[in-house]
Ligand binder design. Structure first.
Ligand code: SF4
Length: 289
């Protein structure tokens, strides 16, 4: 198994076989993100990808979940993705789930028919970053898309039968856009009604524009209490029946989990308990990415 640079995966892929089918992120300019700064985006040669799968088959007796890394696997040509999925099915008949990250741009590239074929060949879920449902926040953070486009691409994934997991980041609007960020992010999630909603909490990574903005004072971070207020507003405004809401990442001050809309009140009560006793929050020095 050969890996180039640091490899990232969603928390729920901790036990997955991870194979890079692309390197890096095709966008790579979000102001808060340092993940793939060390490498240029590239499509990995198909033969190398297939060779890694063959080697994994020799190494691992049982592989139930596979994550196709890096940042934007769906950007590969549909025919090559089909070859990868066919190979996975042939080599790992026991594998019940294949997932990848996808950018809104790569979802746009794929036709409905291509997405349906990928689903039929075993692509079960894609992870997409919304980051914020507020256009002013997305623009400031150089996301490269507006909210309407990301929501449209999320709906496209779902209508073609592929499950969708979408993430956003608390604190991304700072105190200035706290309310808009919370309420409009809830609206964007609700419009997509994804299978999974994941919330990260903003971390400031060296080497990013955000790091410089925080240092020069042009971007203010939320306090933990403000972050809780924003989270409460977000949860209060979510209307996404059946979506599993997860806020259990190492970056989060407060761990929350529930299925919407039924568990919304219980999650609000947990937020209120933490707001009344901030010692229930993860200490700043324990937070991480
Ligand atoms: S947040 Fe996602 S899209 Fe933005 S640079 Fe990082 S990996 Fe790429």
């Amino acid at each position: 198994m050969r890996y180039v640079g640091s490899v990232y995966r969603p928390p729920s892929e901790a036990r997955s076989l991870i194979v890079q089918v692309t390197y890096g992120c095709s966008h790579n300019t979000c102001a808060f993100c340092s993940m793939y700064k060390e490498k240029r985006f590239a499509v990995r040669p198909l033969e190398e990808v297939l060779a890694d799968f063959r080697e994994a088959r020799r190494l691992y007796p049982r592989v139930e979940k596979i994550f196709l890394a890096d940042g934007d696997a769906l950007v590969r040509k549909a025919g090559e993705l089909e070859t990868i999925l066919d190979t996975v099915r042939e080599l790992f008949p026991e594998c019940g789930r294949v997932t990848c990250y996808a950018s809104p741009d790569s979802v746009k590239l794929r036709t409905d028919g291509e997405l349906q074929t990928l689903r039929a060949k075993g692509l079960t879920m894609v992870y997409m970053g919304l980051e914020s449902g507020c256009d002013a926040v997305l623009e400031k953070m150089q996301k490269g898309h507006d909210v309407a486009f990301i929501v449209e691409m999320g709906k496209k994934i779902r209508r073609n039968g592929i499950a969708l997991s979408v993430t956003a980041i608390t604190g991304l609007g700072g105190p200035a856009l706290l309310e808009e960020h919370a309420v409009e992010t809830a609206a964007a999630f609700s419009a997509m009604d994804p299978e999974f909603i994941g919330m990260l909490t903003l971390m400031v990574e060296p080497g990013t524009p955000l790091f410089d903005w925080v240092r020069d004072g042009s971007f203010k971070l939320l306090t933990p209490a403000e972050d809780l207020r924003e989270t409460r507003l977000l949860v209060e405004h979510l209307d996404s029946p059946g979506s599993v809401f997860r806020m259990n990442h190492a970056s989060n001050y407060l761990a929350l989990r529930g299925t919407l809309n039924g568990d919304r009140d219980a999650m609000l009560a947990a937020i209120d308990r933490a707001a009344a006793d901030l010692s229930l929050l993860r200490p700043e020095e324990w937070r991480g990415l």
